[in-house]
Design a protein around this ligand. Structure first.
Ligand SMILES: *Cc1c(COP(=O)(O)O)cnc(C)c1O
Length: 362
């Protein structure tokens, strides 16, 4: 059945664990003995209630969230959060700090400003084409929050240590590295993540929000744009993206029961990234685009000696069963996205191909 599946290095939507896809397939026509597909059952049914509650419980366990944190499932993708965050938790008259590490954080800043909110860009790595994570932050101790993008999917950089905000709540877009490593939720007032990189299919966005942040939500917002609407109704004020949430549940089950949790996942992820970065360092043919201390363990971005070789690299890789290696259209080059579901064996197959390609073309 799966013999023609390729090694999938897509940036998003991205690879899902094969056992998850097989479980979806096996249960697709008769979900939990209901005689219906999971795409056919009511979101008000006991079947779906069990799905959403178990998914929330698994997030709580894996991320060690205490009772102050609420786990919500929203639609509109991570991009919707670029406006919902400032609408809900940046009061008029207050200011928020943002770190600009490229594309997605740039968009988050733009949306906050479009709403007429006050944004202080506490640091930016634009001066070097967003190839690093800034160390020096001009933080405002009165800021409503500090917004960061924990992993920069397009530029290939990642925060390896979160900034110390002296009590100002951290807000993080973790779309492309959530659940890739253990997390201390303590400093975070709000975390959001589109599911389609590391935890599921497109169509659902995870929001984890703390009580004090919920307390800021203005009553004047429309229902569908207020976090409190979703926290009051266990994400079922209206019809949630049932199938996407169900898939997230299966991914978390795989993460807990098969992989063995976030520490074990992080160990594999470090090994995968090291396989590619070590190869690039020793080889000289491939040139990583991110500064060494800021390199992402999820999105490995690199260039070849010229663009013609890059095109051939991507095409020949696909002929060899290695897909999705083209860099984002805004930056060019190549990118291997090695999210949780991409196995060490897949990364080793890519490394082998890279070595051979360099030998033939170097
Ligand atoms: C993909 C991505 C987004 C955009 O997600 P959508 O769900 O398409 O809106 C935002 N932030 C980061 C870090 C991403 O990787």
């Amino acid at each position: 059945m799966s013999s023609h599946r390729i090694h999938n290095f897509n940036a998003g939507p991205a690879a899902l664990p094969l056992p998850v896809l097989e479980e979806i397939q096996a249960g697709f026509l008769d979900f939990g003995g209901s005689g219906m597909s999971v795409t056919e059952v009511s979101h008000r049914s006991k079947w779906f209630d069990d799905v959403i509650n178990d998914t929330v419980d698994r997030f709580r366990r894996l991320l060690q969230l205490d009772d102050r944190y609420h786990v919500l499932f929203l639609q509109g993708g991570a991009s919707m959060q670029f406006c919902m965050v400032p609408m809900n938790v940046l009061p008029d008259g207050a200011s928020a700090d943002y770190v600009d590490t490229g594309t997605w954080s740039t968009k988050a800043i733009k949306e906050a400003r479009t709403l007429g909110k006050t944004v202080n860009v506490a640091a930016s790595s634009e001066d070097k084409n967003y190839s690093y994570i800034p160390r020096e932050l001009a933080l405002d101790p009165q800021a409503a929050y500090l917004h960061i993008t924990s992993n920069n999917t397009i530029k290939g950089t990642q925060w390896h240590r979160y900034p110390d905000t002296a009590g100002v709540p951290l807000v993080a877009d973790m779309s492309s590295d959530i659940m890739s490593r253990p997390l201390d939720p303590g400093p975070f007032g709000l975390i959001y993540a589109g599911a389609q990189k590391n935890i599921g299919p497109a169509g659902v966005c995870l929001v984890i929000i703390r009580d004090d942040m919920l307390g800021r939500v203005p009553e004047t917002l429309p229902s569908m744009l207020k976090y409190t609407t979703f926290s009051a109704k266990n994400s079922m004020f209206n019809t949630p993206p049932c199938f996407a949430i169900y898939t997230v549940q299966l991914v978390l089950k795989w993460l807990e029961d098969t992989v063995g949790g976030l520490e074990a996942m992080a160990t594999v992820n470090r090994k995968k990234a090291a396989t590619l970065y070590d190869l690039m360092e020793n080889d000289g043919f491939y040139r990583g685009t991110a500064a060494a201390d800021s390199r992402s363990l999820m999105n490995v971005t690199f260039r070849l000696p010229d663009e013609d070789l890059e095109k051939r690299f991507v095409a020949e890789a696909l002929e060899n069963g290695l897909g999705g290696l083209k860099g984002h259209r805004s930056v060019g080059g190549c990118r291997a996205s090695i999210y949780n579901a991409v196995s060490l064996a897949a990364v080793e197959a890519l490394a082998q191909f890279m070595k051979e390609f360099a030998r033939r073309n170097g």
